[in-house]
Design a protein around this ligand. Structure first.
Ligand SMILES: [Ca+2]
Ligand SMILES: [Ca+2]
Ligand SMILES: [Ca+2]
Length: 482
């Protein structure tokens, strides 16, 4: 929002699907609640369809606070017993670029056009329990104006009972106030134990951004998929009313269009609602290029009040009648009007297709030997790296460029022939999985030196796509004794 070149954006996601027209397929960046003239009028007349108690049946929403209760939405005393701890750390955003061999390399902020000003939007930090697809948001905080140098965060995490959470952060890349499922994210690799009054510090997170893709978007004026000025043969408008069925005390409501896998949004309209009855409502109007077939029309209310539409907010969907979801919506060549979105719906969770993390597990071995064959006092490392390692590297750099790592000293590996590891890495990205030995008798803090054993998980630079589910069985066999 600070960079005027980012204004007028739509989504990278819109490429191809709705790549038409020059107006607001999606909304303007930074247009929190304004969005031109698409919203006025018509909101009053629809009231009859939405009030009258049918939307206010409470029970479907307030299911014991298991939903997203880390936010500011006051679901009262419905959590009978809970524990709250605090997690702190620093979130840093870094660029990478891709070399001709398809490998990631670093690129310094100083070597980019944004050496003096952070070009992205806010950073959303969250703590979740459960696997992707069933995640519960247990705490969140937002860094509204991040800096190039990195920013501290402090987040309260509330759980029904003592437990462990994953802590991760998502960057609003185009500063449009909407966290899409394709937004870059970073992960603190360890699970964080939370008990009442517990404090964890140094839960540091790095978010990697694809420099080339961002530069292309930025240098094109930030127009995204809608900026090409191409024509749209079949413009279709989806319009109607979004109703918040809980007491509203602030926070925009957005109507958003996702694919049937809940990836997106591809287009949206975000408005500040007005109080109606016991809740609030706002009209919406979303333009797309038809026909696109079945899509999911969702609603979200910025219930945690951080200015972002994020997965920890209250979510809903288009309905056919109160409490009955009407997705998917078949979008062909005709406008669809009179649509009703109810927020929250069901348990109010986002259900978005976000896979923030997966695990890699496997073993480190010594080729044709055992760990006692290493030089005395050697140290063994395994690391899931953000970049392809290059020649020798200090262990300090190794840790800085690792999503996750594990270290074994002789006390850990004496008498062993195999060391098992379990590393947390972001989903849907690439990592470089390597093992190293810093050879004794006096390890010098540098690995991959001449004669030091190394191993990678495959011959292709150790590069592994992380995908959308945890994988196991990786074998790293340490080679090259001299
Ligand atoms: Ca965004
Ligand atoms: Ca929010
Ligand atoms: Ca060494």
């Amino acid at each position: 929002m600070r960079n005027p070149l980012l204004l007028g954006s739509s989504l990278l996601l819109a490429l191809g699907l709705f790549g038409c027209g020059d107006k607001d397929w999606g909304t303007d960046s930074g247009s929190v609640g304004e969005d031109g003239g698409s919203t006025d009028g018509g909101s009053g007349g629809d009231a009859g369809g939405t009030d009258g108690g049918s939307v206010d049946d409470g029970g479907s929403v307030d299911d014991g606070g298991s939903v997203d209760d880390g936010g500011s939405v006051d679901d009262g005393g419905s959590v009978d017993a809970s524990v709250t701890g605090n997690v702190q750390g620093t979130v840093t955003v870094a660029f990478y670029t891709t070399d001709s061999a398809g490998d990631r390399t670093t690129i310094a902020w100083a070597d980019t056009p944004w050496a003096d000003a952070f070009p992205f939007g806010a950073i959303f930090v969250s703590a979740t329990q459960g696997d992707p697809g069933e995640m519960r948001y247990r705490g969140d905080t937002t860094i509204s104006s991040p800096s190039i140098a990195g920013d501290p965060y402090s987040m309260n995490v509330t759980l029904p009972k003592d437990g462990a959470v994953h802590v991760w952060a998502t960057l609003d890349l185009q500063a449009d106030g909407i966290l899409s499922t394709s937004e870059p994210l970073g992960l603190y690799p360890a699970e964080v134990d939370v008990s009442d009054g517990s404090e964890v510090t140094n839960a540091d997170i790095t978010i990697l951004v694809d420099y080339d893709a961002f530069y292309t978007w930025w240098s094109g004026g930030g127009g995204g998929g809608g900026g090409g000025g191409g024509s749209c043969d079949n413009p279709v408008t989806l319009s109607g009313t979004s109703s918040i069925t809980l007491p509203w005390a602030g926070g925009d409501v957005a109507a958003l269009l996702y694919d049937e896998g809940n990836n997106g949004p591809y287009a949206w309209d975000r408005q500040t609602p007005v109080t109606v009855g016991g809740g609030a409502e706002a009209p919406f109007s979303i333009g797309v290029c038809g026909p696109v077939g079945n899509m999911n029309l969702r609603g979200a209310w910025d219930s945690n009040g951080n200015g972002l539409i994020d997965p920890a907010d209250m979510w809903g969907a288009v309905i056919s009648k109160p409490d009955t979801e009407a997705n998917p919506v078949d979008i062909e060549t005709s406008d669809l009007s009179g649509l009703e979105i109810q927020v929250p719906l069901g348990d109010g969770s986002s259900g978005l297709n976000v896979v923030p993390f997966v695990s890699f597990s496997g073993e480190v071995k010594v080729t044709d030997g055992v760990f006692d064959d290493l030089d005395p006092a050697s140290i063994v490392y395994v690391a899931a790296l953000m970049y392809r390692p290059d020649s020798d590297v200090t262990t300090e750099t190794l840790f800085r460029y690792a999503y996750d790592s594990h270290t074994w000293t002789v006390a850990d590996f004496a008498g062993e022939s195999s060391l098992s590891f379990h590393l947390w890495v972001p989903g849907n990205t690439l990592v470089y999985l390597w093992a190293y030995v810093d050879s004794g008798p006096t390890p010098d803090g540098i690995v991959n030196q001449m004669g030091e054993p190394v191993a990678s998980v495959n011959p292709d630079a150790g590069r592994v796509p992380t995908g959308t589910s945890s994988t196991s069985g990786y074998l790293l066999s340490l080679n090259s004794f001299e």
